[in-house]
Design a protein around this ligand. Structure first.
Ligand code: SF4
Length: 266
């Protein structure tokens, strides 16, 4: 079976336990204002002109984002890192974009990874059919599950979709006993107000014992240059990264309610 990816990152330390190889799937049904991977959103293979000036001369080249790959070829790429997985108790993380958007391909490659005993993590925004989660649930060691904003209208304004599907799917996989870490990107002036955090706390509190951890991900504006490079509009131009103390305060707030909390990824 074939799927569409746009990158493979080796030696990843923030995408799950141990040393991991992260596969970035192409295509995402959301369009978050703060997205750090704008080149991941379109499901199409895209070409961008990259221009560099050197010694007064202008050089241009075409960068292609995305490629079709078979699950066998992908597995043989991933197998190259097997010794790192074994030594560090790491494995493979499927991210994006949204890996659940290509669930048949995802399921195929997960099955192949599990046949080799690799640890499998899915990094998802949760916007897909419930049946898609049901399809892969038994083979996934850990979900990194994004909750971005609880207020539905605000969620639509900043991601382009309602969060009702996302929240329903989270409840579904928790009910099925999935191993879940919640990831919340904290974005200045979008979801970092007291009311946003209060809604998040209220939503998660009765799920506390079934959620392994909450990870609050700090915002940084490194994506700004990427948007320029890929000729895409960036809604958050000029927004400053937050004061680290803000994340510490949020961490302490949720810890005081009994959650296990981290700042950043694993
Ligand atoms: S869900 Fe992730 S990949 Fe998709 S648009 Fe949002 S930040 Fe980008």
């Amino acid at each position: 079976m074939e799927g569409k990816i746009f990158d493979i990152k080796r030696f990843a330390l923030n995408d799950g336990p141990g040393i991991r190889t992260t596969v970035f799937f192409k295509g995402c049904p959301l369009k978050c204002s703060w997205c750090h991977n704008p080149e991941s959103i379109s499901t199409k293979i895209e070409e961008f002109e990259q221009v560099r000036e050197l010694g007064g001369q202008r050089f241009s080249s075409i960068q292609t984002i995305g490629k079709i790959i078979s699950s066998d070829s992908l597995l043989s790429e991933l197998s190259k890192d097997e010794q790192f997985f074994q030594q560090s108790e790491g494995g493979i993380t499927f991210s994006g974009g949204e890996p659940m958007l290509q669930v048949e391909f995802l399921s195929d490659i997960i099955t192949k990874c599990k046949n080799k005993n690799y640890n499998v993590v899915i990094d998802t925004a949760g916007f897909c059919k419930q049946a898609d989660f049901d399809h892969i649930l038994d083979q996934v060691d850990l979900f990194l599950y994004d909750i971005k904003i609880i207020d539905e209208k605000k969620h639509m304004d900043y991601t382009g979709v309602s969060n009702s599907v996302v929240l329903r799917n989270l409840e579904f996989i928790l009910d099925k006993g999935a191993n879940v870490i919640i990831r919340v990107p904290i974005i200045p002036d979008i979801n970092n107000e007291d009311q946003d955090l209060k809604l998040l706390e209220e939503y998660l509190i009765d799920k506390k014992d079934r959620i392994r951890e909450i990870h609050f991900l700090p915002f940084h504006n490194a994506a700004e240059s990427k948007y320029k490079r890929f000729n895409k509009d960036y809604d958050l131009n000029g927004i400053k990264s937050q004061n680290p103390q803000e994340l510490i305060d949020i961490k302490e707030r949720f810890e005081s309610k009994g959650f296990n909390v981290m700042i950043g990824g694993l």
